[in-house]
Ligand binder design. Structure first.
Ligand code: GUN
Ligand code: ZN
Length: 451
């Protein structure tokens, strides 16, 4: 057993539907006890310090320790093509994305990029992600092999696209090869260690009706598997989906007709949704991945977070970087973009709400909250240690914060934490990530911290 000491922040409820102060758990000097891969005990250092006095302790005073970030939508084969210039979705796919992803026919190449991708996630404090691969099964094997070596929880799956004209002929699969490949990969990877499998039709525009029906069959045969896709991202895409599926009432209905919409179904982007689509997503207990960095970078539009998180039609929402449509691996930077997208719609996104979406909210959206997303004993010890004063401007801003001198020391510590948390959300990135632990093991340490 070992322990980690410092200021801890996690959530026990959704701050969009509760008073923020009730939903959050902030312990200004806490102790998290790790037994193997899991959290064995958690509380204040005052309560637990004596009981665990013999343990080796990693001590992080003046930091903020959070459950590891959950990136609910990201493409590992797009790591190298991040920040590709000047195109919106469909042209960007054709010009940059498919030529890059064709390289993943080569398994050794795929493994090299998978290792780099996972290292980058960890350097940004992300410990779980829902990940797109390519149409090549060997790119899925390479990814899960890299994950297995790190004992890290990732959701991924063979990423189908079989509609002629939507990708280069060498990149396309078929409904049959997708079905057979998915079956084989589910048998070999789903729930092997911390690996989880997602049936992954890339997007409705890229799949024929036959391939989407295969996804429905796979989900019926493997109800425990996840389903991951894109939805209603770009105006041109949406118009073409309507042309190809005239029988469907809207984009979501294409997926409903395939029988894949329900719990553990995630629709990335979901920017241009009608009220009725929000209501159906809510009733189905399906999830949306909000990808603000990508939605801005590709000029796709402004996601209506306030509608997704409304009391009337609440939808499970997590945050995704969507690298390489998104131009950052940092969930902090992505939250900054989320804040700005909300601001463009005269809405506010507080630091606590943002950090909820990036941790427990993401875990709930992926139906993984019994394993990750907070510091409850029994969950995996996946966590990130953040430095709220990592840069000169962050230090100055933090030191200049004026607290209410009349308030209790605890209330002042809470206010200071919120101030620093919003500073990280607005100004922070991987420079704030001091350490990342996965399954109880320190897998990333900022150079120079001497651990
Ligand atoms: N829709 C289909 N494929 C993709 C992709 O790779 N990135 C984004 N952002 N949208 C998509
Ligand atoms: Zn995407």
């Amino acid at each position: 057993m070992r322990a980690i000491r410092g200021p801890f922040l996690d959530f026990s409820a959704d701050p969009f539907y509760r008073d923020e102060e009730e939903a959050v758990r902030f312990i200004s000097d806490g102790l998290l006890v790790i037994d193997g891969e899991k959290i064995a005990d958690f509380g204040t250092f005052g309560e637990l310090g004596g009981k665990y006095a013999a343990l080796e302790i990693d001590h992080y005073p003046d930091r903020l320790i959070l459950p590891g970030f959950v990136d609910t939508h990201v493409h590992y084969p797009q790591t190298e093509m991040i920040a590709s210039y000047g195109e919106q979705l469909l042209e960007w796919l054709e010009k940059y994305t498919f030529p890059t992803e064709l390289k993943f026919r080569d398994k050794a190449y795929a493994r090299r990029i998978a290792d780099t991708f996972l290292d980058l996630l960890l350097a940004n404090g992300t410990t779980t992600a829902q990940v797109f691969t390519t149409t090549f099964p060997q790119s899925v094997d390479a990814f899960f092999e890299a994950c297995t070596g790190r004992n890290i929880c990732m959701i991924a799956g063979l990423t189908g696209i079989d509609r002629p004209g939507q990708a280069p002929p060498d990149y396309l699969d078929t409904a049959d090869s997708f079905y057979a490949g998915s079956k084989d990969l589910i048998a070999r990877w789903h729930r092997k260690g911390r690996n989880r499998y997602a049936i992954t039709p890339r997007f409705a525009l890229g799949s024929t009706r036959e391939q989407l029906d295969c996804c429905g069959r796979l989900k019926a045969e493997h109800p425990d598997a996840w389903v991951n896709t894109h939805m209603s991202e770009n105006d041109k895409e949406i118009a073409l989906v309507a042309q190809h599926f005239p029988e469907a009432s809207d984009y979501l209905n294409v997926y409903e007709r395939a029988g894949i919409v329900g719990p553990k179904f995630t629709a990335g982007h979901s920017i241009h949704l009608s009220n009725d689509m929000f209501a159906r997503m809510s009733r189905a207990n399906a999830s949306i991945s909000f990808c603000p960095a990508s939605n801005l970078f590709l000029g796709s539009g402004l996601f209506m977070l306030h509608k997704a998180k409304s009391a009337e039609t609440p939808v499970l929402v997590g945050v995704g970087t969507d690298v390489g449509g998104g131009n950052t691996f940092s969930m902090l930077r992505t939250l900054n973009d989320a804040y700005e997208v909300a601001a463009m719609q005269a809405q506010k996104l507080s630091a606590l709400k943002g950090l909820y979406l990036a941790t427990l909210g993401g875990a709930r959206a992926l139906h993984l909250d019994h394993e990750i997303g907070s510091f409850d004993p029994g969950k995996f010890a996946d966590l990130v240690v953040l430095d709220p004063r990592a840069t000169r401007i962050m230090r100055l801003r933090s030191e200049s914060a004026r607290m209410n001198g009349q308030a209790s020391p605890e209330a002042q510590a809470f206010d200071r934490m919120q101030h620093d948390a919003f500073g990280m959300m607005s100004l922070g990135d991987d420079r704030c990530v001091e350490a990342t632990y996965v399954s109880g093991a320190l897998l990333h340490a900022r150079p120079g911290i001497g651990r």
